[in-house]
Design a protein around this ligand. Structure first.
Ligand code: PLP
Length: 395
């Protein structure tokens, strides 16, 4: 199927989909059951409880068969009306795709421009909301972990900026690549809709989308006028009370989710988040030791989930080709690294260090990058792997 002849396991080091643990794969392998039968309700109720702490909420978390993009759409069509203004921030490719989706839904996004190397500046949000006395802006939509750039944004500060402007807009946050890897506090941060997906920190294959929702978002959903049917929260919330869904749920992915949630809670969410911070720091030390540049220019915003790396330039000012380098790494070492998306294509590659991941997987990953740089003739200093080992040994 995969046409890979090499021995050993493939290293899937893109920033999602991430490696699925064997425990989760085994769980998904169980026979599909009647999704209207009694056994299913036990599974449903268990999952719907166990997912809440991962989002930092005591409110409902809606689970859809669907990808992250579907969960974006769900967030918007449940809460907004045609022509509504939404304030968004250009942190990178995913923020851009979300803005495009908002346009297709006949919303009016205002896009605060960005350089794709830094996160949301809460002062920008405050300034724009303060200049909206008519309260025309109905939602502020930001990406928590911008997967295209390896930059995180401080959501509590965005909420503080909205509160300082005394603005009633909803706060919507995409943490598709943050959930299960970066500490997240939907309730405490005053987020109204949190959007997530299964294929990254939750360690599942792609195929589930999530909306965590506040009381204010539920209230907004009673008056929203964008057409919606499949994505409607009210029918799902009603069926979820008894552990069911109104339409056929992704039964086997839910088996996997139950297992993945057990794994996250067994390790302890705090430890999961610390593990990601530690691997991210080790990765950055390796990149710095190679003498390469990290795309994110604000160290306070470094992502715990992935590191985007800038290729060095040749004497003529052009970049060494990031995709040729990735191709070589895939062919020789059976490892997939993330490509540079959109305007980052060709000069940036991304190292995913998220989800089901440990010290030796990280060292293998960095080993593949360091060997690949040498084999591709990309100028760098040796010693990145050693720098990571030294850091892991003492931390
Ligand atoms: N938002 C972010 C931050 C993402 O990383 C992704 C996918 O990688 C998406 C949105 C889109 O999600 P999907 O591809 O699952 O539809």
């Amino acid at each position: 199927l995969l046409n890979r002849t090499g021995q050993g396991r493939h290293f899937l080091q893109i920033p999602g989909p991430s490696n699925t643990p064997d425990r989760v794969l085994r769980a998904i392998d169980f026979p599909t059951i009647d999704h209207r039968g009694p056994e299913f309700a036990n599974l449903g109720l268990r999952i719907l409880q166990a997912i809440k702490p991962v989002f930092g909420t005591t409110n409902p978390v809606i689970i859809y068969p669907g990808s992250g993009t579907g969960a974006w759409e769900a967030a918007m069509v449940n809460t907004l009306s045609p022509g509504d203004r939404v304030l968004m921030v250009e942190t990178g490719q995913f923020a851009t795709q979300w803005k495009n989706l908002a346009q297709k839904l006949q919303l009016q996004p205002e896009f605060i421009s960005g350089d794709w190397r830094t996160g949301v500046n809460p002062a920008d949000i405050h300034a724009r909301l303060a200049a909206d006395p008519e309260r025309e802006i109905k939602a502020v939509c930001v990406v928590h972990n911008e997967t295209s750039t390896g930059v995180t944004s401080d959501i509590a500060s965005v909420r503080a900026a909205m509160d300082a402007a005394k603005h009633p807009a909803l706060l919507m946050v995409d943490t598709i690549s943050g959930i299960g890897s970066i500490a997240y506090a939907h309730d405490q941060w005053g987020v109204d809709v949190t959007i997530a997906g299964s294929q990254k920190g939750l360690m599942l294959p792609p195929g589930l989308g999530f909306n965590a929702i506040s009381d204010k978002a539920i209230e907004a959903s009673k008056h929203a006028k964008l057409p919606n049917a499949y994505w409607r929260w009210d029918e799902i919330i009603a069926a979820n009370r008894n552990g069911y869904w109104p339409t056929t749920p992704a039964t086997n992915l839910l088996y996997g989710l139950a297992e993945a949630l057990d794994m996250l809670h067994e390790e302890g969410l705090h430890n999961v988040f610390e593990r990601h911070q530690r691997h991210a720091q080790a990765t950055r030390l390796a990149v710095q030791a190679w003498g390469l540049e990290i795309l994110c220019t604000n160290p306070d915003q470094y992502s715990p989930v992935l590191t985007a790396v800038v290729m060095p330039k040749r004497a003529d000012g052009t970049y060494y080709d990031a995709d040729a380098f990735r191709k070589l790494v895939l062919g020789r070492y059976n490892m997939s690294l993330g490509t540079g998306l959109n305007k980052l294509q060709g000069w940036v590659f991304r190292i995913g260090h998220l989800g089901h991941f440990n010290d030796l997987m990280l060292i293998g990953t960095l080993g593949g990058v360091e060997m690949g740089l040498a084999a591709a003739g990309v100028p760098h200093q040796r010693g990145g792997v050693q720098a990571a080992i030294d850091y892991l040994a003492k931390s």
